[in-house]
Ligand binder design. Structure first.
Ligand SMILES: C[S@@+](CC[C@H](N)C(=O)[O-])C[C@H]1O[C@@H](n2cnc3c(N)ncnc32)[C@H](O)[C@@H]1O
Length: 270
């Protein structure tokens, strides 16, 4: 591991706004592990239901950014609308370091970061504790439906803690993931409140100025490569089972998806 990464990891330990739990704090080892190495059961982390009390300056509705990387949305939204608290979630500490360092230096009272696998997210949030969710440029996971952050398997996790009628916002370069998520909404009668397969050709889409003005690290790379940016926002209601979409033509959209270059210089992209 490079010296720069080690330095960031050491600095991460000093950031008050960054929670980096050990896996042992959320995995119930007594239950063993499944074949894929995922826990069969999770146990609640102490912060669950207590984010406002322990991490923020004021009790306010909480917005999550999942797979936040450097946390561009988390930081920018916190400055645009200080009446919410924001938490960026990612597994990569070297990326989270950027957002967390900025939040520490600027002493932002309404920003926190959580380093965890999103698969464990229900261990950290209590029913109704989260107001809305942003998902920014996630890996499309074209060969594994249950790994997609907008699959019914993940939506089932989110709705355990999302307020009733809470909004999930997906901004992505991946037409595959955009079409898949549309199919999930259709199959489950989830109310779509905004949808476009070419965001910048359609000004005025619901989502606020940040939707157009904040460009994440990955978004900039994909824009440079000429890809269109898509956006989909939908309400995730609590009632009813969620099913996988049978109408989604994965083979078609997989073939339609042009390859991305995510590491243009061949170096680190943290
Ligand atoms: C393509 S990057 C996008 C990062 C950032 N949102 C952006 O737009 O620049 C996807 C991010 O999701 C994170 N990620 C992917 N799967 C994850 C998981 N299961 N749990 C936590 N983070 C995950 C990766 O570490 C990575 O930072």
């Amino acid at each position: 591991m490079g010296h720069g990464k080690l330095k960031r990891f050491a600095e991460n330990e000093t950031f008050r706004c960054l929670l980096q739990p050990d896996a042992s704090q959320v995995l119930d080892r007594r239950e063993g592990v499944s074949g894929r190495g995922l826990p069969l059961s999770l146990k609640d982390h102490d912060i669950k239901g207590r984010w406002n009390e322990h991490m923020f300056g004021a009790p306010q509705p909480i917005v999550l950014e999942l797979g936040c990387g450097r946390g561009e949305y988390t930081i920018d939204l916190s400055l645009r609308d200080p009446s919410y608290n924001y938490i960026g979630v990612d597994i990569k500490g070297a990326r989270l370091w950027r957002g967390a360092k900025y939040a520490e230096e600027q002493q932002l009272p309404n920003v926190a970061f959580l380093r965890t696998r999103i698969e464990f997210i229900t261990a950290f949030f209590a029913p109704g504790e989260v107001s809305d969710i942003w998902i920014t440029f996630p890996d499309p996971q074209m060969s594994s439906e249950n790994s997609r952050l907008t699959s019914p398997m993940f939506l089932e996790r989110y709705r355990k803690f999302l307020r009733s009628g809470g909004v999930v916002r997906l901004k992505t370069d991946s037409r595959f993931l955009h079409e898949y998520t549309k199919a999930v909404c259709e199959a489950n009668s989830l109310e779509v409140i905004a949808c476009t397969d070419d965001l910048y050709a359609n000004p005025g889409i619901e989502g606020g100025g940040a939707l157009y003005e904040v460009k994440t690290h990955y978004e900039k790379m994909f824009l440079e490569q000429g890809f269109k940016i898509t956006y989909l926002a939908f309400r995730l209601e609590h009632e009813g089972p969620l099913v996988n979409p049978s109408s989604f033509d994965a083979a078609y959209w997989r073939a339609a998806e042009a390859p991305r270059t995510t590491n243009l210089r061949g170096g680190t992209i943290d």
